[in-house]
Design a protein around this ligand. Structure first.
Ligand code: ATP
Length: 162
């Protein structure tokens, strides 16, 4: 089976007495159906920022680069969280099955405005936004990413100084 190795970030910021998480909306999530959905019924896919590890790149470097490219924000790594694994079928190039491993890092926001990304990045990201960390397990689309957020929450509980 084809393999892909990616790396990404659970980027947190404390604001107004709450923890916020940086998420992205992949572009397919905003394609409008022929008939508009009733108000409030449109489904947004929310995911964590991530991307393929380039040749010669360390996974932690990839995670920081992808966070910046996909969300417009600069972050610093706090700790490695875990790897997630999944299998998907390509909708292009012969429809191969892909076994994918994604390393996730817990990160602290440092600078930049979310969603200020290059025009080229709009192909990969419809929108980047902050959501409340406590809402993230319900709002994120993928089980593995929900688990990463729960791990980040556990880390915060164990490190109240953050
Ligand atoms: P990358 O962000 O690593 O460059 P990509 O955008 O090319 O990757 P994925 O985000 O891995 O590709 O998406 C490929 C397929 O896998 C899509 O159908 C997507 O819905 C699905 N997918 C993405 N993340 C997960 C996940 N955590 N668990 C299960 N399926 C996922």
């Amino acid at each position: 089976m084809v393999r892909e190795i990616s790396s990404g970030g659970v980027v947190l910021q404390r604001r107004d007495g709450e923890w916020w998480l940086a998420v992205i909306q992949p572009p397919q999530a905003v394609q409008r159906p022929a008939k508009p959905a009733p108000a409030g019924a449109e489904k947004r896919i929310l995911a964590l920022p991530k991307g393929l590890v380039d040749a010669g790149e360390k996974p932690a470097e990839t995670a920081l680069r992808e966070v910046y490219e996909e969300t417009g924000i600069r972050a610093q790594i706090v700790t490695k969280l875990a790897n997630i694994k999944y299998v998907y079928t390509r909708t292009w190039a012969g429809g191969e099955r892909v076994f994918k491993i994604v390393s996730f890092y817990l990160m602290a926001y440092r600078s930049g405005r979310i969603n200020q990304v290059s025009e080229a990045m709009r192909i990969e990201v419809a929108q980047a936004l902050w959501i409340k960390l406590q809402d993230a397990p319900q709002m994120l689309a993928y089980k593995g990413e929900k688990q990463m957020v729960r791990k980040a929450m556990e880390y915060l509980h164990a490190h109240p100084e953050l």
